[in-house]
Design a protein. Structure first.
Length: 151
């Protein structure tokens, strides 16, 4: 799928959608063939992490810091980092950047806003940092993404 996306050949988008659908069907069949033996109970820490995720999803455009998020939830930054990573597999900053880039991609596809406005609206203080994070996650610059994904 990654190779197909990089090559951007004729009909690559429908082909990628077909491959993704096949993958999802296969994963669902595997999941149904091997039901979970024990349904894990959600701990207090997991509930807190889900609350933090909801908070970041709602406030990604704000100036969020690790200390500010921890303070908002009345926990230490160290505890926040550790429980978030244990629960999600991502660091807090990785997840926040993912959310911001997800929203950036939607704005690039649907608006004609300048990059500086998009960066500001999605919570990036610096246009250079915005570009580095975007390229690190998507593999291309915001401008390249916009050109390739305008509908």
């Amino acid at each position: 799928m990654l190779q197909e996306q990089r090559e951007e050949a004729l009909w690559s988008r429908p082909y990628l959608q077909t491959l993704l659908l096949q993958l999802l069907i296969r994963l669902d069949r595997i999941r149904k063939a091997k039901p979970a033996v024990v349904i894990p109970e959600q701990s207090e820490a997991q509930h807190r992490v889900y609350g933090i995720i909801e908070y970041m999803d709602a406030h990604y455009g704000d100036r969020l810091t690790l200390g500010g998020i921890a303070e908002h939830f009345f926990i230490s930054s160290t505890y926040l980092c550790r429980t978030f990573k244990q629960t999600t597999g991502f660091t807090v900053i990785e997840y926040l950047n993912y959310v911001r880039i997800r929203e950036t991609k939607a704005l690039l596809r649907t608006t004609d806003w300048r990059m500086t406005r998009i960066a500001r609206e999605t919570g990036f203080d610096s246009i250079a940092h915005f570009g580095r994070v975007f390229k690190g996650i998507t593999g291309r610059s915001p401008l390249q993404y916009r050109k390739q994904n305008r509908g």
